[in-house]
Design a protein around this ligand. Sequence first.
Ligand SMILES: C[S@@+](CC[C@H](N)C(=O)[O-])C[C@H]1O[C@@H](n2cnc3c(N)ncnc32)[C@H](O)[C@@H]1O
Length: 305
Amino acid sequence: MTADRRQREGPGSRGQGLGEEHSSLEPGTWNLAPTARPRPVLKWAGGKGRLLPELLARLPEGFAGYHEPFIGGGALFFALAGRVVSHPVYLSDANPALIDVYRALRDDADGVIAVLQRHRYDRDHFYRVRAQRPEELSLPERAARVIYLNKTCYNGLYRENRAGQFNVPFGRYKNPTICDEPNLRAASAVLQGVDIACRPFSTVLDAAQPGDFVYFDPPYVPASATANFTAYHRHGFGPDDQRRLRDVFAALAARGVRAMLSNSDTPLVRELYAGFRVEQVLAARAVNSKANGRGKVAEVLALNY
Ligand SMILES: C[S@@+](CC[C@H](N)C(=O)[O-])C[C@H]1O[C@@H](n2cnc3c(N)ncnc32)[C@H](O)[C@@H]1O
């Protein structure tokens, strides 16, 4: 890790990266005295909370920049923040509503919290907020709307119809926490200086440099024809996208960028990553349209190091 690498120019190099208080540590070193570590601020389909021990056990020993191009709920990012110092940090996703949440928390946590405190758990209020047009709202209002709908909608899912409108119905909860101010502030703290953008995964090739680490958590290849959950975003994610992703994974390896990827343990995934280290892990899956599909499912982690 050279000094000029640490001073790299660019939007992601503005702040201290993961774990604000530990900027004196070398990037990629473990912080053995974890401080307030935020939990994910959104419940997200395919969230990796249950797989965290498997992911943490396979991280490279040290790395410079950290990239997560399918950030979703950011389970690994938030688990690392406060534990590992990495610099710079790039988080992205193809879902603009999700990116609004992280940008708003980074740039105006007070604004997000103020709007969220005005929302309440009430069916009519829920449908009024759901009907709002995001393009007519300010950034903190858009972020608060997504957080509010996530905390109060059925199953805490994010799903859009073909017109790109959030369409999950009101959910039944006992007194849901709509504004978890301490956690939102902790999330805001670890997002300072982080490059956050709505962009396709392939752009990781523009930013990643030798010595960096990338975690890819794409929409999974369906384990069966009926288990097809690709509604994160109306454009879906098909076999051609999976192939393009493998090509990006291979290009990073050739460049000295370490990458880890999670996916379902399916013939297509085994075929795509045959040239790499592939390890099976068992995880409880929370999002599945069939009740009998909620048990442990076989997933794989592919590593290019
Ligand atoms: C499995 S989820 C990630 C879950 C995340 N690791 C977590 O812990 O919550 C996959 C994410 O990929 C995003 N996505 C889908 N297609 C994409 C694309 N072409 N480029 C970037 N992100 C995409 C979705 O919006 C979704 O947030």
